[in-house]
Structure formats: C-alpha cells, structure tokens
Ligand binder design. Sequence first.
Ligand code: PMV
Length: 325
Amino acid sequence: MVAASAPGKCILFGEHAVVYGEPAVAVAIDARVSVSLEPCQGSWKLGGAPLDERHPHARFLHSQLVGDDTEPHAMVVTSELFPAAGLGSSAALSAAISAALMHREDDGDGGLDLERISHLAHNAEAEAQSGRASPTDTSTATLGGCVLVSDRREESAEWRWTRTLDTPEGERRWEIHSVSLPESVREAHLVVGSTGIHSPTGEMVAKVAGMLERQPDRMDEIARIGELSRVGAGALAAGGLIVVGRLMDEAHDLLAGLGVSCPELDQLVAAARPTSLGAKLTGAGGGGCMLALTTEPEATAEAIEMRGGRVITTSLGAPGVRIER
Ligand code: PMV
C-alpha cells in the first residue's frame, strides 16, 4: 500500500490578470488532499466505485501511469479542503494520485520527479476542463511553498520549469518559479474564509473578458494587478509583510472594480481588515473564498466566522506533494 498527499492553494496576487499573460503568485496551504492505494478485487476504483467519467482526473492519470496487466487498486481519497471553492482541490488530488501511482511499487525514498508529477497533474486538469487549464494550482500542489507563474522568466523568483499545453486556442506556455520565503513570512498566518457560495470560474473569466472588450482601456487595471504580483513576490521574499498586506488590499479593490467580487466576499474582507495586514478575495471570485494575512489569526478567524464564513487558518507555503508511507 502507498499513500501520497498534496496541498491546496490560495492565490495571493494575479487572479484574472494571469489569463492575459500577467504573473500570479500562489501559496500552498496547510490543508491537504490524501490518496492511498489499496489492492482490491475486480477493477480499479475510486470512492468504492469503478473509475469512470465521474472521475476525469483519476481516469486520465490511470490511463497514463498504469498498464493493463496491473493488479487493481482502490484509490481512497480524504480532503481537508472546502470543495469547489477555488482552493485547488482537483489539482491537489491530481498531484497526489500521480505521486501515488508513480511510487506504488517502491518505498518512495528515491525522491519524487516533481516536474513529471506537475506535468501529469496539469494535463489531467486540462483533460477535465475542455483542454484549458492554467498550471497555477498544479504547480503549487506539486512544488509547495510559494509559486510565481508568468508568461516570461521573472527576475524576482527562482525559475523551475516551462509548462506548455495544447489548448483549443493553440499552444500556451508558462514559466514556473518558486519564491523562497524567509522564516518570518512562513510563520505569519493566512486565514482563508469561505462564503460557502460556489465560485463559477468560467463565468467570472468570461465576465472580465466581456468588460475588456467593451472598455479596452481597463487593460491598465489588469497590468496593475500584474505589477502587484511582481512587487508582491519581491516583498514576500524580503519578508515585507506590511507591504504584502497593503498590496493585497489594493488587489481586492482592483478585482472588485473588475466586477468579480460579490457582497458576501466584500463583507468577509471588511470583517477581517481591522485585525489583519491585508485582505482580499482569492481565486475567480463571485463566491468562493477570501483570505487575510494576519499576525492575530484567532481574532481574524473569529471576525470572519461572526459574518458567517467558514475558516481555514494556515501558515504560508506548506510542503508540496509527498509520499506519506
Ligand atoms: O478559482 P481558482 O482559484 O482556480 O482561480 C481561478 C484563477 C483565474 O485567474 C480567475 C482563472 C485562471 O485560469 O487563472
């Protein structure tokens, strides 16, 4: 038997702008998806049922990594993440399944091929999403820590690899980097607050696209969000938590201006601000989650809960995919 786990993620800077080639910064959080493989009778299974179209990620990874003559196993999945809330649960699942399948016949001591896991997990996401997927979630689930994704190599972070994907619109290419976080940043806290409302990523991306078509000059705001990612990555690496918090506040206001916030997200952000260094929506918006950077995590979590949000309190930059046993 083998088990693997991978972390969820939050986008600190750059959501929506990353769709237009601007950089985005994500951190891995202390809430993980775990997968164990247990030998079973009959065919491969997930959650007790045969692998089929209900499990597009698992089915794709099984097709890539498992030969026909292999003894069947059941994939047993547990998750600490809120589902469908923009926390990267399908990316974490894909990274954990890839690692478990790749290491089902060894003791996992040989080291994980992170680039291959990230590649497979990204392709699994694309397979499940009509051929389109940004590598932000899968890179963060794989590498852990803090990840910067851009259409070019960025000087403020350590370049790791290039990801390409054939999409219905042609080949897309991203440069994946790690931002090394000093101890002072890793020990600060993020409080993630869920509105409990489904975050409709495709709808929100289309809303921004429609607005930019009607008002092309608002591309300046997209460029400013990209600038916040670059400055934010530098501030994170330098331990400048106060600056990071201010940039998060500005990012929320820009995203709200683009129309991707909602009253519930605005309320949770407003509730968090008095006890935090900065707060913003995270991910696609329209529901889903917000996050606050804070040195008073209990007070911030309580303020968010008082307004009806469910919280996950996390440090910044959890470890990436790993074999558990
Ligand atoms: O909902 P999430 O956390 O996966 O965030 C989506 C981020 C967007 O920039 C809005 C879309 C994308 O593909 O990057």
